[in-house]
Design a protein around this ligand. Structure first.
Ligand code: DAH
Length: 338
């Protein structure tokens, strides 16, 4: 026999078994089973052999070919399923963990909740009202007719060819509650409102308001004064004084703008109050009969008061913040102080 097939088998077996990776096994496949490999070479030399040698060698070479093919395939499988993860892990379980960062509640959220809590204590219920409103709820039902010049004062973002809008105040919350429930009612409606205002130190296209109203038989203006005085003193301290200035709102009659004595100078006059000693904090009044009519309440049966305040403005006064943009810039150096 020209080739020692047994020795060849042994050598091939050793080489294949000691292959470290798939590339190594592949090199063995080429070396032994490839087109120009050792087995192919044996077959190519068969015609040179005698008849007897030919059949012997051919048989052995074929057996070797099947044997090596199987061996190589098994080795490939074995390498593919090998766990390549490091056997030991460099982990110190006694090290302190990474502390999760704990945020603070946004100052507007805090003030909003504080305002709502004061009214809740006085027996008011909180009502959530949608930010997308109808023209009817935002204007018409609040006695602001379509072509009335007072609508100019409530510049508004309209949606889908003016059928819907982003509420420009929380007052439509009054309409939604009154359409659904009968008096007696004492409700606050907190939430976001939107106006197409250019952003500056005191304006934002989105801000927060708290609307409040109380409806029953024989509710008087003095009830409004009592509720708002208690509210201001709870929020700003018992030394705070209030004053009501006559004003115009379409949905209340009479209407007033309500001032508190300046929280900075206690009424002496400073840059925050513009030397006036007073700060405007909300609008209020007795609910207009046309509003009761719009929600379907019987004529002359009920009276009520309503008020609306801007939360950013109150937060600015409470904390001495001079720029509304600070609330919305997400600067953690500012927000972490609350
Ligand atoms: N809706 C008014 C505004 O956004 C605020 C307001 C004034 C609400 C008087 C009231 C009210 O309920 O009685 O400017």
């Amino acid at each position: 026999m020209l080739w020692d097939i047994e020795a060849l088998k042994k050598k091939a077996q050793e080489e294949i078994n000691s292959a470290q990776d798939l590339a190594g096994v592949d090199a063995m496949r080429i070396k032994y089973l490839g087109r120009k490999g050792i087995i192919a070479e044996i077959f190519s030399k068969l015609p040179e052999l005698s008849a007897e040698e030919k059949s012997q060698t051919g048989k052995f070479a074929n057996e070797l070919k099947f044997f090596l093919t199987e061996l190589i395939n098994n080795k490939v499988q074995q390498l593919k399923t090998i766990d390549h993860r490091p056997k030991t892990v460099d982990l110190d379980i006694t090290l302190p963990g990474i502390k999760p960062e704990i945020g603070t509640r946004h100052p507007i959220t805090q003030v909003l909740e504080e305002i709502c809590a004061i009214f809740t204590q006085m027996g008011f219920k909180i009502f959530d009202s949608p930010e997308i409103e109808t023209e009817f709820n935002n204007f018409t039902a609040l006695n602001i007719p379509l072509e009335h010049p007072s609508r100019d004062a409530f510049d508004t973002f309209y949606i889908r060819r003016q059928k819907l809008l982003l509420r420009s105040h929380t007052s439509p919350g009054q309409i939604r509650v009154m359409k659904k429930y009968k008096p007696p009612l004492a409700v606050v409606v907190p939430g976001k409102v939107y106006r197409p205002d250019a952003v500056d130190a005191s304006h934002s296209f989105m801000f927060h308001q708290v609307e409040g109203f109380l409806v029953d038989e024989r509710v008087r203006f003095s009830d409004l004064k009592g509720v708002l005085t208690n509210f201001s003193q709870e929020l700003f301290g018992s030394d705070i004084k209030m004053r009501f200035r006559p004003h115009f709102f379409p949905f209340t009659e009479p209407s007033a703008e309500v001032d508190i004595s300046c929280v900075m100078c206690e009424g002496k006059g400073c840059s925050v109050c513009g030397k006036k000693g007073w700060l405007e904090i909300l609008g209020a009044g007795m609910i207009h009969p046309n509003v009761f009519k719009a929600v379907g309440y019987p004529k002359n049966k009920y009276t009520g008061f309503a008020f609306g305040m801007g939360v950013e403005r109150i937060a600015m006064l409470k904390y001495g913040i001079d720029d509304i943009r600070l609330f919305f810039e997400n600067d953690l150096r500012f927000l972490r102080q609350f």
